[in-house]
Structures are given as C-alpha cells and as structure tokens.
Design a protein around this ligand. Structure first.
Ligand SMILES: Nc1ncnc2c1ncn2[C@@H]1O[C@H](COP(=O)(O)OP(=O)(O)OP(=O)(O)O)[C@@H](O)[C@H]1O
Ligand SMILES: [Mg+2]
Length: 235
C-alpha cells in the first residue's frame, strides 16, 4: 500500500474495523464489532464456538466482505476493494496461519516457505534463500528439504509460521494455530510466532480457545454472539 502513511503517526491504529456486520443468510454472525490494532500489537480473539471469531478474522483480512461497517488499513478502506485487489493485498500485506498448516504436501519445507516470496515477485534463488533463513530462525535448520509428511505437527506449524512471515507482512492472521497440537508444543509454537512477529514489527490477530495462550497477547478481545463482550482488556 502507498500513501497516506505520512498522515499516520507511529503508534496510531493501522488496522481498524468499525461497526462490522456480517450476515450468513438470516444469521447475523457479526453484529457491529469495533476493533483496532497498532503496528506490532498482538490481539487474541476469544469466545465460544460459533461466536464469530473466524468471521471477524476473515473480514479484517479481506477474505470476506462485511455487510456493514468498514475495514481500514493504513487509513485506506479495504472492504470496498474488488476481489483482485483484496487478493493482492492479502498476498503482499498479510500472512496467514491456520489450525492445520495447509502446507503443500508435494513441496519441501523450504519450497512451502518460499511460496509467498515467489508470489510477491522474488526470483527463485532469493525466495529459497529467504525461506531457509526463516526456517533457521524458527529452529528448523536441517529440515529445509523435508516434505510436510516427514515433519511433526509442531514442526509443520513452524513451517507455516515461517511461510506466513517470509514476505514480512504487516499483519499475521492466525486462526487457532495451535488447536491441533499438545499443550507444550502449542506454547512453543505460539512463542515462536509472537517472537518472529515482534522481530518484524508485524501485528498479530490470533483466534484461540486457549485462555493461557490468549493471556500472552497484549490484548484480549472477547466475542459473544457476534459482539465484543466484556470490553477489551489490556494485559
Ligand atoms: N459460510 C457460512 N454459512 C452459514 N453460516 C456460517 C458460515 N460460516 C459461519 N457461519 C455461522 O456463523 C456463526 C459464526 O461462525 P464462526 O465460524 O465465525 O465462529 P467461530 O467463533 O470461529 O467458531 P469456532 O470456535 O467453532 O471456530 C456460526 O453460527 C456459524 O454457524
Ligand atoms: Mg472459528
């Protein structure tokens, strides 16, 4: 994204959702949610199953368009952009980590990690070098040439984190990234995600059922029935 960065002061919210409404047919999944993040901030979204957490994440990330309200990135509305522009925005400005890493089974750890760099226009040599650096930072040195099926669940999630961070996105969106891992591996994986995001000043929006994990975030946003409940707690 280009201007108006100059109008933004460091520390100003740069990802903002205002009055977000999303309906699935007659079901109102988001009923007017306000949320804002600063650069480098980590916000955990918690709440019961079906409360609208994934929907909120997808609306903020430009995967879904809201039926009401607006989403701004660096002061620009992104919710009104067409599919092609939102797709480009997701590729360039955002990184994604899902519950199951969604790695490409036929590609090695390094090739999976290099994908966003290639999509962002890097040549193969640069992309593979960047991918190997990120894998090393995430403690996966020596595993670059393994296929996803040759990695443990925690290792595969670290590859997914490396892939999400490799193109230095402004925001990482993570939807229950440790949901399929045991508690200890989940904690290590979360720590790896938060540390790597902090190293690049990326903001993180993480959806989780895990209260301990949420407590490690700078902010906890609780959603109930499509609305922010209980306010926003600063850590
Ligand atoms: N594509 C869809 N079509 C119809 N209803 C949907 C769709 N996606 C989600 N919903 C409904 O919208 C509500 C919010 O769903 P959402 O996936 O955002 O919840 P969630 O908080 O992420 O739940 P979970 O913790 O189980 O992942 C739920 O009632 C769900 O059934
Ligand atoms: Mg969900």
């Amino acid at each position: 994204m280009s201007a108006p960065m100059a109008a933004q002061r460091p520390g100003d919210p740069f990802l903002v959702g205002r009055g977000l409404v999303k309906n699935y047919g007659a079901h109102r999944a988001l009923a007017g949610v306000d949320i804002s993040l600063r650069a480098g901030e980590v916000a955990a979204i918690v709440g019961p199953s079906g409360s609208g957490k994934t929907t909120l994440l997808h609306v903020l990330a430009g995967i879904l368009r809201p039926d009401g309200g607006e989403v701004l990135l660096d002061g620009h509305r992104i919710d009104q952009l067409g599919e092609a522009k939102r797709s480009a925005l997701r590729r360039h400005e955002f990184g994604f980590v899902f519950q199951q890493g969604m790695l490409v089974g036929e590609l090695t750890a390094a090739e999976n990690t290099a994908l966003p760099l290639l999509l962002a226009g890097a040549n193969r040599k640069q992309a593979m070098a960047g991918a190997r650096d990120w894998l090393a930072k995430l403690g996966l040195g020596g595993m670059e040439d393994r296929l996803p099926g040759e990695l443990s669940g925690g290792q595969a999630q670290r590859v997914a984190i490396a892939r999400a961070l490799a193109h230095r996105p402004k925001v990482i969106f993570a939807d229950e990234p440790t949901g399929a891992l045991d508690t200890r591996t989940g904690e290590e994986t979360t720590r790896a995600l938060f540390d790597a995001a902090a190293a690049t000043n990326a903001a993180v929006v993480i959806v989780t059922h895990d209260r301990d994990l949420a407590a490690k975030a700078g902010r906890v946003v609780e959603i109930r029935d499509g609305l922010i409940a209980g306010g926003v707690m600063a850590a």
